[in-house]
Design a protein around this ligand. Structure first.
Ligand SMILES: Cc1cc2nc3c(=O)[nH]c(=O)nc-3n(C[C@H](O)[C@H](O)[C@H](O)COP(=O)(O)OP(=O)(O)OC[C@H]3O[C@@H](n4cnc5c(N)ncnc54)[C@H](O)[C@@H]3O)c2cc1C
Length: 350
């Protein structure tokens, strides 16, 4: 589990970082922020870049700014701990505060950044293993490995053999919360600085997860002012509540008036598809309605139709699909009852 050899550069400005990325051949440079995802992946030899570009020294990428007109701007290097503790996030965007508080453990949250969390590598039981382990199987579709003795062809997907699609799962927690808040990402690259909806960052392909060029950097996340004050909550299934990646995650953000009528609603899921996804039917079903068990069940069913859990993770697809339904029900009820941003029951699936 040693690191592969690479050169390290430490640019101090975004322009400098972009120059370095542009000069590198596609696939030969990797950006490192907190390193809590990248370093274990390098140790497992999931990739071996010639160059690692450490962006931690770029001061312009830090900080959280709030303006009632512009909304919230979160620099890409803002750590998850900083986000979790920021009063503006806790008070106005509770779904995000809950989601980042559920990432890994305190050590990873102190080092891990929001940019890194949104650009995570996808995960799969058959991929996130040591080189020795993977070689015994001849690798997989995402990372073929030469082994003349392997029983399978070298480019097989062990999750869906025969298919040409990689089902490695999007296993980040902040993305569904940010999707539920209509967030946009700021991308800096050779064509300047652009902003696009967060949902357009994800390709829903386990092998090619991000719509981000090799010469581009995610520099900030924006949440529009209209999303401030939405009730919200995030529910997450994992083996160990103290540290693990999600096996299923549901984020809900809603606007509900004093009569209990819903005026805006977003439901997003993670850890069951190769991308974090908004559930398109949820808004149509919920807006204009009051809470009822039948309505909540109907939305929960729409969520389970969007989630496609397969044998990529350390729990069965059936259990993870069922927990999507349970979490959706609990999250919607909590939002309607205004039990947001409070210590909720340990959602371990019981
Ligand atoms: C034991 C353990 C448990 C974990 N559990 C969870 C969990 O429960 N939930 C969860 O969401 N995550 C989890 N993680 C992953 C990780 O800790 C977090 O997702 C963290 O936020 C990643 O941020 P980082 O800055 O460390 O990313 P890095 O490791 O530095 O980078 C991650 C990826 O993003 C790219 N990247 C980073 N910043 C940028 C940028 N600005 N622009 C473009 N690309 C960029 C890197 O090239 C890399 O591919 C866990 C990690 C460990 C080791």
């Amino acid at each position: 589990m040693t690191l592969p050899a690479f050169s390290l550069v430490r640019p101090q400005t975004v322009a400098e970082a972009l120059r370095v990325l542009q000069d590198a051949a596609p696939g030969q440079a990797k950006v490192i922020a907190g390193g809590t995802d990248l370093i274990p992946n390098l140790q497992m030899k999931l990739y071996a870049p010639q160059l690692v570009v450490d962006i931690k020294g770029i001061a312009a990428l830090r900080g959280i700014e709030w303006s009632p007109g512009q909304g919230l701007r979160i620099g890409a290097l803002t750590t998850l701990t900083e986000l979790e503790r920021a009063p503006i996030v806790r008070e106005q965007f509770p779904v995000l505060a809950e989601a980042v508080a559920a990432v890994a453990g305190p050590l990873q949250r102190n080092m891990g950044t929001i940019g890194g969390n949104l650009c995570l590598e996808t995960r799969c039981l058959w991929y996130n293993q040591s080189e020795f382990w993977r070689r015994a199987l001849g690798g997989c579709l995402k990372l073929p490995m030469p082994n003349p003795h392997a029983a399978h062809p070298r480019t097989i997907c062990h999750v869906a053999p025969g298919g040409k699609f990689c089902w490695a799962v999007w296993s980040g927690d902040s993305a569904p919360a940010l999707l539920a808040l209509d967030a946009e990402v700021e991308i800096s690259g050779p064509r300047g600085v652009t902003r696009r909806p967060l949902r357009e960052l994800y390709k829903n392909d386990g092998m090619d997860r991000l719509a981000l060029g090799h010469d581009e950097l995610l520099t900030a996340v924006h949440i529009p002012a209209r999303a401030a004050g939405r009730r919200g909550t995030y529910r997450k299934l994992r083996i160990r509540n103290s540290i693990d990646y999600p096996l299923a995650g549901v984020a809900v953000a809603m606007e509900v008036d004093d009569q209990g009528i819903c005026h805006a609603a977003r439901v997003a899921i993670a850890a069951v598809n190769p991308a974090p996804l908004l559930v398109p039917q949820a808004e149509a079903l919920l807006v204009g309605q009051k809470a009822s068990p039948e309505l909540i069940e109907e939305v929960a069913r729409a969520v389970t139709r969007t989630g496609k859990p397969l044998t990529t993770s350390a729990s069965t697809p059936e259990y993870r699909r069922e927990m999507l339904r349970v979490f959706t029900r609990r999250a919607l009820q909590a939002c309607w009852d205004r039990r947001d941003n409070v210590e909720h029951e340990r959602d371990t699936g019981d």
